[in-house]
Write a protein of this length. Structure first.
Length: 368
C-alpha cells in the first residue's frame, strides 16, 4: 500500500512540474512563434590598408539586406542583398577605417522585416603605423663588374612577398626589377656605374595571407661598390708573434704574392692560439677589405680570425671578427666601412682541425 502511495505522489509532482513548464513556455509564444531571417554563414575577414573586406554565404532566399555594426554599434553599414544562386557569396568592403582591431556584428533581414540572430567576427586593419615598422630586405653586397651589378640578399621576413628595385641604365633610363622572395642573388644589367652609383629598393609585404592589399617599406638607397683592386705589396713588411723556426717559414711568406709559400705558426709543444701577424704597408691606404688565401693542401686551414688596424702601431682599433672558409680560392672579406690605415694585424683564433696551430699562404688589402 505504501509503495502505491509513493507512485501517486511522484506522479503528482511530475504533473505539477510539466504544468509550470507549459506556463513558462506560453509566455514566449503568447503572440505566436517568432520568425527569424536566415543568419549569415561562413563569415571571412580580409584585412587591408585602412579598409577591410567581409565575406559570407547567403543561403536564405528571403533575405534582402544585411546590417553590419562596429565600434560598439556607433558605426554601421547597410547593404542590399539578393540571392542569385542556391548559395551566394556576399562581399562588402568597409572603408575608410582607422588602423587597429575590430569586432563586427552582422544581422540580416528578410522581405518581411524579420531579423536574424547576431553573427560576430573580428578583424585587423593596417595603416601607417604598420607601414612604419616594415624593414627593407637586407642587402649583403652590391658589386659592380663588367657592366653588371651583382646583389646578394640577406634572409627575408616571412611576410615578404617580393622586392622592387629601381636603377638607371647606361642609356640614362630608369629600370625597374621585381625580385622574388626566394631569390638569393640578383643581377642588374647595363648598370650606369660611377664612384657615387647606387640603386633604390623597397620591400613588399603581405601582413596576412588573406590580405587584400600589399604594403611597402620605405625606399632604401644602396651604394654600389666597384670590383676589388688589391694594393701592391712591394715595400710591405710583416712580423709575427711566432713562426716555425726550424723550417724558416716566417710571416714574410704571407705577403710575397706566392700562394705556394706560407707563414707557418710555431709547432713548439704548448704554443697555441692566438697567433698574430702584423703588417706594415709603409703608407696610409684606404681599405675596403682584406684578402686571404689558405695554405694548400687544406690541412687544418684557419677558421676564426680577428682584424685590427693602427696608424702608429701602438693604438689598435678592431675591424671585426670573421670566419674564413675552408677553400683554396682567394677570399675577400669586406669591412663594414672603408677605413684608412697603415698597419693591420690578423689574430688567428682557431682552425678547422681544432688544433693549436695552422698556416696562412697570403694576406692583403684592397680598394674599390
Amino acid at each position: 500500500m505504501k509503495r502505491h502511495l509513493s507512485y501517486i505522489v511522484l506522479l503528482l509532482v511530475l504533473l505539477s512540474a510539466c504544468s509550470k513548464m507549459d506556463d513558462s513556455y506560453k509566455q514566449f509564444i503568447a503572440n505566436g512563434e517568432i520568425p527569424y531571417a536566415g543568419a549569415v554563414d561562413s563569415v571571412k575577414v580580409f584585412p587591408g590598408k585602412n579598409r577591410l573586406q567581409l565575406s559570407w554565404l547567403l543561403t536564405d532566399p528571403q533575405v534582402t539586406r544585411a546590417k553590419i555594426y562596429w565600434n560598439n554599434k556607433s558605426d554601421s553599414l547597410e547593404v542590399t542583398t539578393k540571392r542569385m544562386y542556391e548559395v551566394d557569396t556576399v562581399n562588402v568592403i568597409l572603408s575608410p577605417l582607422a588602423e587597429g582591431p575590430y569586432t563586427f556584428d552582422i544581422y540580416t533581414f528578410d522581405d518581411k522585416g524579420n531579423k536574424s540572430i547576431r553573427v560576430s567576427t573580428t578583424g585587423q586593419v593596417y595603416g601607417d603605423r604598420y607601414i612604419s615598422s616594415l624593414l627593407p630586405r637586407p642587402v649583403k653586397s652590391a658589386i659592380y663588374a663588367n657592366g653588371k651589378v651583382s646583389i646578394t640578399w640577406g634572409s627575408a621576413d616571412t611576410r615578404v612577398t617580393a622586392t622592387q628595385i629601381r636603377y638607371t641604365n647606361t642609356g640614362g633610363s630608369e629600370q625597374r626589377v621585381t625580385v622574388p622572395v626566394d631569390s638569393v642573388t640578383t643581377t642588374l644589367s647595363n648598370f650606369a656605374f660611377s664612384p657615387t652609383a647606387a640603386f633604390d629598393y623597397t620591400t613588399e609585404y603581405k601582413p596576412d595571407t588573406s590580405a587584400i592589399d600589399l604594403f611597402y617599406s620605405a625606399y632604401e638607397t644602396v651604394a654600389v661598390k666597384g670590383p676589388p683592386k688589391e694594393y701592391v705589396k712591394s715595400g710591405w713588411t710583416a712580423t709575427a708573434t711566432d713562426f716555425d723556426e726550424p723550417s724558416g717559414r716566417g710571416p714574410a711568406f704571407s705577403i710575397d704574392d706566392n700562394p705556394t709559400t706560407a707563414w707557418l705558426m710555431s709547432k713548439i709543444s704548448g704554443v697555441t692560439y692566438p697567433h698574430t701577424i702584423t703588417v706594415d704597408m709603409g703608407a696610409m691606404n684606404l681599405v675596403y677589405g682584406i684578402t686571404f688565401i689558405q695554405r694548400t693542401p687544406l690541412d687544418g686551414p684557419l677558421k676564426l680570425v680577428e682584424i685590427e688596424m693602427s696608424n702608429d702601431k701602438t693604438t689598435w682599433e678592431p675591424l671585426g671578427a670573421y670566419t674564413l672558409a675552408a677553400v683554396a680560392d682567394k677570399q675577400y672579406i669586406d669591412l663594414s666601412n672603408a677605413v684608412s690605415f697603415r698597419y693591420f694585424r690578423v689574430i688567428a683564433r682557431s682552425d678547422y682541425k681544432n688544433g693549436g696551430t695552422s698556416a696562412l699562404a697570403e694576406v692583403g688589402v684592397y680598394k674599390r
